[in-house]
Design a protein around this ligand. Sequence first.
Ligand code: GLN
Length: 275
Amino acid sequence: MKKLFAVLLSAAMLVGTVFAFAACGNTNNLKVATNAYFPPFEYLDGNSFTGVDIEIASGMAEDLGYEGMTVNNMEFDAIIPSIQSGLSDIGMAGITINEKRKEAVDFTDEYYESAQVIIVKSDDTTFDDCTSGEDIENKLKTMPTGYKIGTQRGTTGYMYSAGSEDFGYDGFSNISTFPYTTGALAVHDIVNGRVNAVIIDKQPAIMIAQSVSGVKVISEYELTSEAYAFCVRKGNTELLEKANAYLRKIKENGELDRIISSFFDGTATFKHENK
Ligand code: GLN
């Protein structure tokens, strides 16, 4: 059965890659909305989706009795609308729990703690004397007007840099924030000289920076404190409870830790072409 599931799963993943919309009608699959440019949580390895969330999703689909799963790959800010419209059942994309987002979707329990960090050019010494996230934030406030920060559109990194009342971030009046489709494209623009820095979630920052030469992550100093969860359509308590039960199970039996460490042990690599 496990083997059969794996075969169905890889077929579904291929479908998800190439014909995401055609696969939407399959009601026996768990339809997962994600943005597969966010390693190590979700990214492409050749034609296959991989990453922490993808592995959790495949285990969850099997445990909850689905025939398989369909990965609906989309831009990050399309995920919540996809859940609201019912085109996808569950959003699994390193999504930070947030009060504003809670007005649109229901979140499961959290499964991972994260933070925003900053990426700059390898030879950039701006933050060399910083010894905390607060130092970095204060230094950012003193940068000359026109200092440019790249982020991924619709993410907490964007909200932090641009400022958002809904997300509780003041932003920086001296900084221009640029929203990119993916984090990797933003990081590439550090090298191209189009932005001075990128602010993005910590583990994606580490993996994306490894795939682009000429940049460094200041990963030890965290700018925010966030927690990831999955999201379902508001009022879909049946799926919410089942997803939470599955999360509890894999937290207790060590499977969640196993999945996370398998992608964090340095063996997983992200190719910049998969931006
Ligand atoms: N954690 C961030 C957010 O929820 C970024 C998620 C992502 O880009 N996949 O906004």
